[in-house]
Write a protein that binds this ligand. Structure first.
Ligand code: ATP
Length: 303
């Protein structure tokens, strides 16, 4: 069954096209990463799924229920971490989770939930005294209540230190193993690469890529990255590389080192072109492209 179905969905704010005809399906059981730079439209898309925002055009549904027309049914099976959530300052962590348990008619043990998200010690403290990371963990805990079929999480690791982010990724993995579909947005690429089956990349409201990480690598001409160290970098060196057919991006990473994403065939041509330009290639190696490289390629940030 399809968990999330977006059908040519758009959202316009005045003259700004925040989401532009996005067509997307997420199958039940997938872990799906929703990527894009700041302002790309990720939260707007998620807010349409939650019916916080109405589409200007097109439709979105969850498990076959239209998010606007059949919003209550659509949301009954999901756990949510929305953007800009707020906690109730006067309630403790435990009371927040108890509230989630009551409203979902679930039977979780609140302390087990808090333990899972790493804030058991703070169970009886008021949320007003929680740090941003603790509040984030609390809201994630509330989303986990009742074993939802779909977790819809807007930037779930914001405000967490690297260990905290790794713990959350582990929870997402466990939830997916339990059978939940996991859909989360992020602009932290490693987070997505580590756990997702498929990713979508959104830019200026438009879907610019939708594939498995492997698939994205293949689209990128074998998905390798060439790292070249030269004797020197001159004005015009990057332009020399860009001019080679099959080169997607070339970025100077440090003094005299350039990282290039290109087709396999282009690798030798790049080295030849640099040699012809009078530069000495001191060293070169190839690496598998990371999601970060692909993100740069798809969003055009490398040129
Ligand atoms: N209520 C609103 N009224 C007007 N413009 C809005 C509104 N909400 C969002 N926007 C604009 O829509 C665009 C998309 O914003 P959105 O928050 O969806 O992006 P995002 O990808 O979630 O970004 P970030 O990673 O920074 O959270 C932005 O240009 C934003 O300024």
């Amino acid at each position: 069954m399809v968990a999330i179905d977006a059908n040519e969905v758009s959202k316009r704010y005045g003259t700004l096209q925040a989401v532009d005809r996005v067509d997307l399906t997420v199958e039940e059981g997938e872990t799906f990463g929703f990527l894009g730079p700041n302002g790309a439209g990720k939260s707007t898309f998620i807010n349409m799924l939650l019916d916080f925002v109405k589409p200007s055009h097109g439709s979105v549904s969850l498990f076959g229920n239209d998010c606007q027309g059949e919003g209550v049914a659509a949301r009954s099976r999901i756990g949510v971490l929305p953007e800009g959530y707020s906690t109730f300052d006067r309630l403790t962590g435990r009371q927040h989770v108890e509230y989630a348990i009551r409203s979902k008619a679930a039977d979780d043990d609140p302390i087990d939930v808090l333990d899972r998200v790493g804030i058991r010690e703070a169970a009886d403290r008021k949320a007003s005294g929680y740090s941003k990371g603790m509040a984030q963990r609390l809201v994630l805990g509330m989303a986990l209540v009742g074993e939802p079929d779909l977790l819809l999480l807007d930037e779930p690791t914001t405000g967490l230190d690297p260990n905290g982010a790794a713990e959350i990724r582990e929870i997402l993995r466990e939830e997916n193993e339990r059978g939940a579909t996991v859909f989360f947005s992020s602009h932290i690429l490693e987070q997505v690469e580590a756990v997702c089956d498929r990713v979508a990349i959104l830019q200026d409201g438009e879907l610019v890529a939708l594939d498995t990480i492997e698939g994205l690598r293949e689209t990128m001409g074998g998905g390798t990255k060439l790292v070249i160290t030269l004797d020197r970098l001159e004005d015009g060196t990057l332009e020399t590389i860009w001019a080679v057919e099959g080169v997607d991006t070339a970025v100077a990473t440090e003094e005299s080192t350039v990282e290039i994403t290109c087709t396999n065939d282009a690798k030798m041509d790049v080295i030849v072109a640099l040699h012809e330009a009078g530069l000495d290639v001191l060293n070169f190696r190839t690496e598998e492209a990371s999601l970060e490289d692909m993100f740069v390629e798809y969003t055009g940030a490398g040129r």
